[in-house]
Design a protein around this ligand. Sequence first.
Ligand code: ZN
Length: 74
Amino acid sequence: MAAVAIASQKNKFINKHFGSCPRVLCRGQAVLPVGRSDIACQDGVYLYCPKCGDIYVPKSYRTACTLALPAVVV
Ligand SMILES: [Zn+2]
């Protein structure tokens, strides 16, 4: 992934562009988009909370898919 793309994702993460963790204990921790495939939207995009370590299914798949490009591959 290009450095520019990583910087862009970092700024979006800081600004909670991808949303925040639904858990009360995480106190609105920003989540990161993650995918299990290099090909965007092929295997779904999920939201990862670095605080509790859980992965959530986005409320709107299409929205998350668009927001997540390029997704962090785990
Ligand atoms: Zn969390």
